[in-house]
Design a protein around this ligand. Structure first.
Ligand SMILES: [Zn+2]
Ligand SMILES: [Zn+2]
Length: 250
């Protein structure tokens, strides 16, 4: 019983980390910012992973996120702790996301370059099918009880960590660059680099979120492996900053 519980919890954690890799490398760095371009086979792997483990429609995610960058911590920001308070963003992130994601006019405006493909229409736009398939696979391998705990752990962890990037990493932490986002080391560790959010807002088209040697950006490592095998190219090797670092001479 104890072993089943531990296996289920560990499985849930691993699934969240796989979903985090797909989120940060594909949805965020590749689609939303074009900081990295991935090969077609790798894109299909990421898309199927996102369908099975998150139910997110990539063009909707890119649209919401681009709007966040266009109006960061202003009134039109879809999920700003400066406007709404960090607790509200942390607790209602899914609701805030959906308000923009389900607005076709806004999705078309912010993700015009990402129209739905045939594979999206046939399969990947059907979130419940993907999530149910993943849940059924877990039940088949771990049994009803184990599968339920593993899937539940993954859902709670993935949603909490995604919300924390929007809530915690715009409120607590360090701001080496002049923007309202923050770097939160523990969060970066759990989200494959997303917690270096101040770095990211400073250089949004950089495929690398870690900007000093002490920072660990697992998403960047994955991109490094994909590059080595010819499945990814980065937009620029050195980050291009929108603002100079605080205290830096101009
Ligand atoms: Zn942000
Ligand atoms: Zn971004």
């Amino acid at each position: 019983m104890m072993t089943t519980l531990l296996t289920a919890l560990m499985t849930g954690f691993v699934l969240t980390q796989i979903a985090n890799v797909a989120t940060t490398v594909y949805l965020h760095r590749a689609l939303a910012h074009r900081a990295v371009t991935v090969s077609t086979p790798l894109a299909v792997i990421f898309r199927v992973t996102i369908w099975l483990l998150t139910g997110i429609r990539p063009r909707q995610w890119a649209a919401v996120h681009r709007k966040h960058h266009a109006f960061t911590d202003e009134e039109a920001d879809p999920h700003s702790p400066a406007q709404l308070g960090w607790v509200r963003v942390q607790m209602t992130n899914v609701h805030l996301y959906r308000r923009v994601a389900r607005d076709d006019e806004q999705v078309t405006r912010y993700a015009r370059d990402l129209p739905p493909t045939r594979l999206d229409r046939l399969l990947l736009d059907h979130a419940l099918v993907g999530l149910s398939l993943a849940a059924l696979c877990l039940v088949a391998v771990l049994g009803w009880w184990g599968g339920f705990i593993a899937f539940g752990t993954h859902v709670v962890l993935y949603l909490s960590l995604s919300a924390a990037v929007n809530a915690v990493a715009h409120t607590f932490g360090t701001r080496p660059y002049e923007n309202s986002a923050t770097n939160v080391r523990w969060l970066a560790f759990l989200t494959c680099g997303e917690g270096f959010h101040n770095n990211h807002h400073a250089a949004p088209t950089s495929a690398r979120f870690a900007l000093d040697r002490s920072q660990v950006d697992f998403g960047w490592w994955v991109i490094g492996v994909a590059r080595r095998f010819g499945h990814a190219t980065v937009r620029h090797d050195q980050p291009v900053f929108v603002n100079p670092p605080v205290g830096a001479s101009s």
